[in-house]
Design a protein around this ligand. Structure first.
Ligand code: PRP
Length: 176
């Protein structure tokens, strides 16, 4: 496998700062709960929370969709639920990548049933061409084509999450 850099660290950091500015404007005051989707979103959430420069509450859920392969099975399981009640709160789901949208559609419907004051989604990466359900994130960092990406929290079989940039994973014979 070969890695091809598609988003360098500085570009990601500029984008995270700009997403944080938009979010600060849309939630000028009051409490905001960030919900990170493990594991992929852990680095994006950490950077976004620090760029927001305001107090936020943080919680995580763990959903399983892809297994160890590169494609979603379409089946979602909630492996770890929230520890925080969300009723009446402004909630922002923090996701690393939206692909088919099945993971977020499942999570949003579970969370809406708990009556948050508002529920929005921020994703660093979006692959709109792969969408299989009607789902539009409120904030999108980068729209990317349908290629398998790793780094900045995203993995391939648990490898590469630590990388500071985002890379397309290519098979060794691929010259693009
Ligand atoms: C990835 C990604 C999203 C989901 C997107 O998670 O982090 O949560 O898949 O896919 P979808 O839009 O097709 O539902 P993954 O299951 O790989 O788990 P991980 O975050 O632990 O790596």
């Amino acid at each position: 496998m070969k890695l091809k850099l598609i988003l360098p660290e500085r570009k990601i950091q500029k984008k995270v700062a700009s997403l944080a500015r938009q979010i600060r404007r849309d939630f000028p005051q009051g409490e905001l709960l960030l919900i990170g989707i493990l594991k992929g979103a852990f680095i994006f959430l950490a950077d976004l929370a620090r760029h927001l420069s305001r107090p936020v509450e943080i919680d995580f859920v763990r959903l399983a969709s892809y297994g160890a392969g590169q494609h979603t099975s379409g089946k979602i399981r909630l492996q770890k639920d929230l520890e925080t009640p969300i009723k009446g709160k402004h909630v922002l789901i923090v996701e690393d990548i939206v692909d088919t949208g099945i993971t977020l559609r499942y999570l949003c419907s579970r969370l809406r049933a708990r009556k948050p004051r508002s529920l929005k989604i921020v994703t660093l990466l979006d692959k709109p061409s792969r969408r299989r359900v009607d789902l539009t994130p409120d904030y999108v960092g980068f729209k990317i084509p349908d290629q398998f990406v790793v780094g900045y929290g995203l993995d391939w079989a648990e490898a590469y999450r630590h990388l500071r940039g985002i890379y397309a994973l290519q098979s060794a014979g691929d010259s693009n």
